[in-house]
Design a protein around this ligand. Structure first.
Ligand code: SDX
Length: 371
């Protein structure tokens, strides 16, 4: 009889230390480098939060200007990357396009296999600048539109939206979008971040770690939930149908996307901030029907199962009202989480140990081989 204990899904297992963010389920709080995420969302540009995650401190004006200059220089995608992306099937899922794009950027980087903190920070900034351009290209292509050049006079969020939709939207919409980026930026040892740390622990390269993380984020139990939320909204249609829909879904043992969380059992600390951002966008973009459905579904799920929404629940409808197609929601999450992933890759390398757990064998007993 084995004395090994199995920790299915690694629930509750503490695998390493981190100084990047802290989730406290008891107080429903989340801090990035010590700062409450709600305060960062209310007061900071996304670029400042990126600096905080990477360097441990908010930037001085000079540090921010230097970081912005490098990020902006990477917004223009290499011509061969654009041409390869335009040869992928237009029906490819945007997460597959993004995963492929990061892989191509890695193959074209002569410093791909350099793992010094400086080399990896340069790669992080390269991806930080390029990802919005890739997401915007993918969104435009879905609508038969050609990619637009980046706007170097604009900040990260404004440029992202301008490259996608051809103009900078209302300031309130830009703010709501930026808030979503800040909230999505980092969340300790979630599945995709852990994936990036596992790949990094083998001393592989940053692009490989990020392609793997994108693969992990795509799944609907993780980042893909923001797309699945929209699919549920479309299936339900109107607020008055939510209760009956929930009863049928639970009777059929369906998972209701956008609800529940491995760590937060009493509500996701990011939801109130994103819900307020969703309300702002809904008021500007004729979103009352969606807002009613949002409240009605949340109430029905809580009443039936005691489950709270997670960040993907308000983010999905907010991105819809901003004008994004549903399959582009998780790629936006990638463009934000690249900051957290790359901060974790640097942290992993600073005190690396190969991540290689054990298992409890339950297969056939040893038997004689007969040729
Ligand atoms: C993200 O880790 C992170 O930090 C992730 C993230 C980040 O910032 O990186 O926050 C982003 O990925 C958010 C989660 C997005 N996923 C979803 O919205 C998918 C739907 N949610 C679930 O499938 C589920 O809640 C998980 C996967 C998120 C968490 O699951 P756990 O911790 O493994 O809990 P569980 O599946 O064991 O559930 C416990 C009970 C079960 O019921 P019983 O068997 O005890 O009766 O709750 C039920 C589950 O069936 N349950 C749900 C449910 N979530 C939990 N039932 C129906 N619908 C749900 N959404």
């Amino acid at each position: 009889m084995s004395t090994k204990t199995v920790h299915k899904g690694l629930t509750g297992v503490v695998v390493d230390t981190t100084g990047i963010s802290m989730v406290n389920p008891e107080t429903n709080s989340l801090t990035y480098r010590g700062y409450p995420v709600q305060d960062l969302a209310a007061h900071c540009r996304f670029e400042e939060v990126a600096h905080l995650l990477w360097h441990g401190e908010l930037p001085t004006p000079a540090q921010l200007a230097e970081q912005n200059a490098v990020e902006r220089a990477h917004r223009e995608l290499p011509a061969d990357l654009v041409s390869t992306l335009l040869h992928l099937p237009a029906t490819a899922h945007p997460m597959d396009t993004l995963r492929t794009a990061v892989s191509i950027l890695g193959a074209n980087d002569p410093h791909e296999d350099e793992n010094s903190p400086e080399a990896n920070h340069a790669k992080a900034l390269r991806l930080f600048g390029a990802l919005p351009s890739i997401v915007a290209l993918t969104q435009r292509r879905r609508r038969g539109l050609l990619p637009l050049p980046p706007r170097l006079d604009l900040g990260f969020a404004e440029n992202f939206l301008a490259m996608t939709f051809g103009a900078v939207p209302e300031p309130e919409v830009v703010r709501a979008f930026e808030i979503s980026l800040v909230l999505y930026a980092e969340h300790s040892f979630n599945a995709s971040t852990f994936t990036s740390r596992v790949v990094t622990s083998t001393l592989s390269d940053l692009y490989s770690a990020i392609t793997a993380a994108i693969g992990a984020l795509k799944g609907p139990l993780h980042g893909g939930a923001n797309e699945a939320v929209m699919a549920a909204f479309e299936e339900i249609g109107t607020a008055d149908r939510a209760q009956e829909w929930v009863a049928r879904a639970l009777a059929a043992k369906r998972t209701i996307m956008g609800f529940g969380h491995r760590v937060y059992k009493n509500g996701d600390s990011r939801v109130p901030t994103m819900r307020a951002a969703l309300r702002t966008v809904a008021e500007l973009r004729d979103g009352q029907r969606l807002l009613d459905l949002y409240e009605s579904l949340a109430g029905a799920v809580f009443a039936a199962k005691g489950l709270h929404p997670n960040l993907d629940y308000p983010a999905g409808p907010a991105y819809h009202l901003m004008g994004f197609d549903t399959p582009v929601f998780t790629p936006i999450f990638v463009a934000a989480r690249i900051t957290g992933w790359t901060a974790h890759i640097t942290e992993q390398l600073a005190a690396n140990s190969l991540i290689r757990p054990s298992s409890l064998y339950t297969g056939s007993a040893q038997r004689e081989f007969i040729a």
